[in-house]
Design a protein around this ligand. Structure first.
Ligand code: UGA
Length: 365
């Protein structure tokens, strides 16, 4: 059987590198991968099933090279994005440009050639929950906070809050996909990830990147550097943490079950992995102690900080993200398998093994 030809935009990123690992291991795919960096996939560069293009995915020149490849491929995964809240607030122009303005041409090309676009959007397009605007509601009514792909309204704060620059750009991108599907029959699949955690996510500031990464890398940096973990606005926000291997299972199933996945939106999240950020900080302290054998991590300092001080003016938070995953279950036969504790154990071991040794922190087992 001939191999399917799949484009991965962002193959060198966190999600892209895990997807590339899995697709190459299956032996069923030929990948045309685009990314500006290849550190996370360097072991695959000699693989005949990977043609790597070292370019910014959103550069104008990339598109002229991309179009003839799109014309010949079976599917396009678009995974590249500016996706850290600190950037939405500090650089809203860049956030909107890279998540929509520099990227919408990809949809035009897929539509022109009637190619299947599999796009990672974000659970952030739902914004805040309706529950958060009902003062007497204490998340008593699931209908007011569970996020259902084809039903739940998008609820965001005012446009003066830059936090929503990303969610609105991503929502417009989704709308443009729907528009091309309706008018030109372009096939698509949209994925809304729920806080996928795993090895190679983000960066550790001062070691392999600058700025403020997402919460996992922020808390890891604090643990590695002996600095307090910072809880934004009391750490009351909830997140639903999903292990990257479970998420990649869903991406592979989408590719393998086109009848179930084409022209659908899917939440990909682990309902069992829901925690507040305060609970996450406490669990990460416990996990750090467990995998390094150092009990002092149990008492690692935690301090509170306001969202405005931590991120800057215009920060607003998503209060809760509970995915309805019935569509992924019924159409793809997918379910998250990995518990939150196991996700943290595997992921944090990776960070300690890769960044901890220089500070004399080793893991056990
Ligand atoms: C981000 C993106 O905006 C989403 O699109 C994406 O789906 C999601 O990450 C993801 O990883 O899947 P968010 O969850 O808000 O959304 O990003 P984080 O930076 O991971 O923040 C999570 C929570 O932790 C927020 O409440 C934040 O205020 C808090 N936080 C973050 C802390 O309390 N301390 C920190 O040091 C960092």
């Amino acid at each position: 059987m001939s191999k399917k030809k799949v484009i991965i935009l962002g193959c060198g990123g966190f999600v892209g590198s895990h997807l590339t690992d899995r697709m190459l291991a299956s032996g069923k795919y030929q990948i045309e991968g685009w990314d500006v960096s290849y550190d996370k996939i360097s072991q695959h560069l000699g693989n005949d099933d990977l043609t790597f293009h070292q370019q910014y995915v959103d550069a104008a020149t990339t598109y002229s090279e991309l179009e003839p490849v799109i014309a010949e491929c079976d599917a396009v995964f678009s995974l590249a994005a500016v996706c850290t809240p600190a950037q939405y607030v500090a650089s809203p122009v860049k956030t909107i440009q890279s998540n929509f303005i520099d990227a919408y041409k990809l949809i035009d090309f897929c539509a022109e050639h009637r190619k299947w676009l599999i796009h990672t959007s974000t659970c952030e397009v739902y914004g805040r929950t309706l529950s958060s605007y009902v003062p007497e509601d204490n998340y008593d009514n699931l209908d007011l906070y569970e996020q259902r792909e084809d039903e739940t309204p998008l609820v965001m704060g005012p446009t003066t809050n830059h936090r929503w620059s990303y969610a609105t750009a991503k929502a417009l991108f989704e709308r443009y996909i729907f528009a091309h599907n309706a008018e030109n029959g372009m096939p698509f699949t949209i994925i809304r990830p729920y806080n996928w955690f795993g090895a190679r996510m983000d960066f550790i500031p001062g070691r392999d990147g600058d700025g403020i990464p997402r919460v996992l890398a922020c808390f890891m940096t604090a643990l590695l550097d002996g600095k307090p973990m910072q809880l934004v606005d009391g750490g009351e926000a909830y997140r639903t943490i999903t292990y990257i291997d479970d998420a990649v299972d869903a991406l592979m199933l989408m590719l393998e079950k086109p009848k179930g996945s084409k022209n659908q939106v899917f939440n990909v999240g682990n309902r069992g992995g829901e925690v507040t950020m305060r609970e996450l900080a406490l669990l990460m302290r416990e996990t750090a102690a467990e995998i390094t054998g150092r009990d002092e991590f149990l008492e690692h300092p935690i301090e509170e900080i306001s969202g405005e001080k931590f991120y800057g003016e215009g920060y607003e938070d998503c209060d809760r993200r509970v995915p309805d995953v019935k569509k992924a279950e019924s159409r793809l036969d997918w379910k998250a398998k990995t518990s939150l504790r196991e996700t943290l154990r595997i992921t944090m071991k990776y960070y300690f093994d890769n960044y901890g040794r220089a500070s004399g922190i080793n893991t056990q087992g």
